[in-house]
Structures are given as structure tokens and as C-alpha cells.
Design a protein around this ligand. Structure first.
Ligand SMILES: [Zn+2]
Length: 78
């Protein structure tokens, strides 16, 4: 009979752990959905053609240039 009691206690502990995991997962979901970074626009670099977040770009001679050093070197092409 003691084994059955131990099984019941183990099952109850498992149930409590599962309940906690589920409530943690529910609490984390809203924060993942409300990511501010996903709002950022992606712009294409005029030099390398890469798509980079707007905050990683700058405008040189009215051209969008990413923060790649290779792209920043080229100022007078053609
Ligand atoms: Zn670039």
C-alpha cells in the first residue's frame, strides 16, 4: 500500500511542476510578441546590396550605405 501512496505523491509533484512550466510559458509569450526590433525598417545598401536595419545605415551622397567598412571606403565610384 505504501508504494501506491508514493506514486500518488510523485504524480502530485509532477502535476505541480507541469502547472508551473505551463504558466511560465504563458507569461513569456506576450513579451516575445511585443518585440520593438521587428518594427525596424530594412534598407538595401547601395554598395553591397545587403539588407540591413535602418539604424545600421547612413546616407552618403544620397545613397544608403551600411556600416560595413568595405562599403564606407567607396565614396567616389564610377
Ligand atoms: Zn554595404
Amino acid at each position: 500500500m505504501a508504494r501506491i501512496l508514493i506514486l500518488i505523491v510523485l504524480a502530485w509533484i509532477l502535476y505541480q511542476i507541469i502547472k508551473r512550466v505551463i504558466s511560465n510559458a504563458k507569461a513569456q509569450n506576450p513579451t516575445q510578441e511585443a518585440k520593438p526590433k521587428s518594427d525596424e525598417r530594412m534598407l538595401q545598401c547601395a554598395e553591397c546590396g545587403c539588407h540591413v536595419p535602418e539604424s545600421d545605415t547612413k546616407v552618403i551622397n544620397e545613397r544608403i550605405i551600411c556600416n560595413n567598412p568595405e562599403c564606407n571606403k567607396v565614396t567616389h565610384g564610377d
